[in-house]
Design a protein around this ligand. Sequence first.
Ligand code: 13P
Length: 340
Amino acid sequence: MNVQQLTDIVRKLVEHHKGLLAMDESTPTCNKRFAGLRIPQTETARFAWRELIVTTPGLGECISGVILYDETIRQQMQKATPFAAALADAGIIPGIKVDTGAKDMAGHPGEKITEGLDGLRDRLAEYFQLGARFAKWRAVIGVGGGLPSRGCIEANAQSLARYAALCQEADLVPIVEPEVLMDGVHTLEQCAEVTEDVLRAVFNQLYTQRVLLEGMILKPNMVLPGLTCPRQNTVDEVADATVQCLLRAVPAAVGGIAFLSGGQSSELASARLNAMNARSKLRLPWDLSFSFARAIQQPAMEIWRGEKANVPEAQRALYHRSMCNQAARRGEYTSAMERS
Ligand code: 13P
């Protein structure tokens, strides 16, 4: 493990109030998003969409790293330039999703365990050769109806820690993503309780597996009420509950925190990140950043709809969302920016 190299990458991923853009949807997930907008579900369309993102003018001003999917990191853009090289040319660090998906967990009806550890050491070496300098693994934890179970939390926490240790061995910064899902009627308080429990389990395992905390980034959910919970909390309540949960469960040595968006609207995701930074930045030991997929991509995808003529306007929307989130990192985002 090259400690200096890992901590340098972590620093570059969080500096200058930049954040991460996740475009690592698996083929079924990407196709699902396309289907909702009647975009053809083909490799050509996925390529065109991802090329649109990577060639967005000025993207590197607000985005420090982009998370790719296996299909994309092997594709070449114009002049035979691989995606990872095009990103590096734009001053953006390429990353790669390395889990192979959340599968039904044996003996745990309604719960998932994320797979992908078999052969991971060899795959990580190949991704490093292809230009990746960080990696991502997502575990999903549902809330409600007696869930999550201890078995689900512990199994996912251990897989995340084994993945993170293998990444650091390969000089790739692990993004550790235990996502407590928004689906359900649970309250913000229930989400806070589960998220704190999950984060404690994850950090216990990271410690047990000898993961260097300075050489990793945590990608958590924000603490939110379920999507169908009758009481939807204010932006400030969400910000304060999220910060309290992180302060209780995340060691100060962790290199950085970059939230997933998890199905929130783009504007709410920016407003909540902004409130955390505006209200609490001075008492936090880590940068609070973003690693959004939907909350950055969705407005642009709705403009693009698979049409070449819409590319410039879609790229402007993508840049705008990235810029709003950069402002949210500084605690300077306002809803007026949405109309500019
Ligand atoms: P969302 O921001 O759409 O939740 O996606 C983040 C991500 O990378 C999921 O793994």
